[in-house]
Design a protein around this ligand. Structure first.
Ligand SMILES: [Ca+2]
Length: 207
């Protein structure tokens, strides 16, 4: 009986552990983004080249009152975006996901989202750019990758660029409800599944 109570207690503590929590701060852009340099933990840092801007907007929030607005105004070879640093564990899989939309038609910029794996001083490696194309209504995107050896930080980046759309290069993209989550370990998911089976079986035996 003691053993059963111990196992049940362990399972319950696992079930109540919020291991899939969003690791980003200000994921829905309800607070201002910054452009004030490092550190980049705990806030979105905007960046922009010539003819481009990154700012909070209110035109088309997916949730709440604000979103991120990225704009390139008829400028080839320009770029803009926002990023945030998040602490990660080597060997753990993470998913970067979110929502974006654009009323620009045609949209003469390309989207680039990626994870840059870093240590305290430099970049270790980065994922290939994911290049989903936003439409007028919000659509979701997702990128999953494993933190490599030597990385303790993920730089989560959403950007647009007009490198490949010269000579015009213009467009406005809205971004909202971003998420960066650790993917649950298969063993943890299996353990939770077994726990649920044990609890269901015990309920059945009592009934
Ligand atoms: Ca929002």
């Amino acid at each position: 009986m003691k053993i059963i109570l111990l196992i049940t207690g362990t399972l319950l503590s696992l079930i109540t552990t919020p291991f899939a929590a969003n690791l980003l701060v200000n994921p829905g852009f309800e607070s201002p983004i910054t452009t004030d340099g490092p550190p980049f933990v705990g806030s979105w840092e905007g960046f922009a080249g010539d003819g481009a801007s990154a700012a909070n907007g209110t035109a088309q929030p997916r949730t709440g009152a604000q979103h991120l607005t990225l704009t390139i105004t008829t400028t080839p070879n320009s770029f803009t975006g926002a990023f945030q640093d998040v602490a990660v564990l080597t060997g753990t899989e993470y998913t970067f996901s979110g929502w974006h939309a654009s009323a620009s038609n045609p949209l003469n910029v390309g989207v680039e989202l990626r994870i840059e794996w870093r240590n305290s001083t430099a970049e270790v490696s980065r994922t290939p750019n994911s290049t989903p194309v936003p439409s007028a209504a919000y659509s979701g995107f997702s990128l999953t990758a494993t933190a490599p050896a030597g990385a303790d930080t993920a730089r989560v980046v959403y950007a647009i660029q007009s490198f490949s759309t010269a000579p015009l290069g213009n467009g406005v993209v809205m971004v909202d409800d971003l998420s960066f989550d650790a993917v649950p370990e298969p063993s943890a998911a299996l353990f939770l599944g077994l726990g649920a089976m044990v609890l269901a079986n015990r309920r059945r035996q009592r009934a």
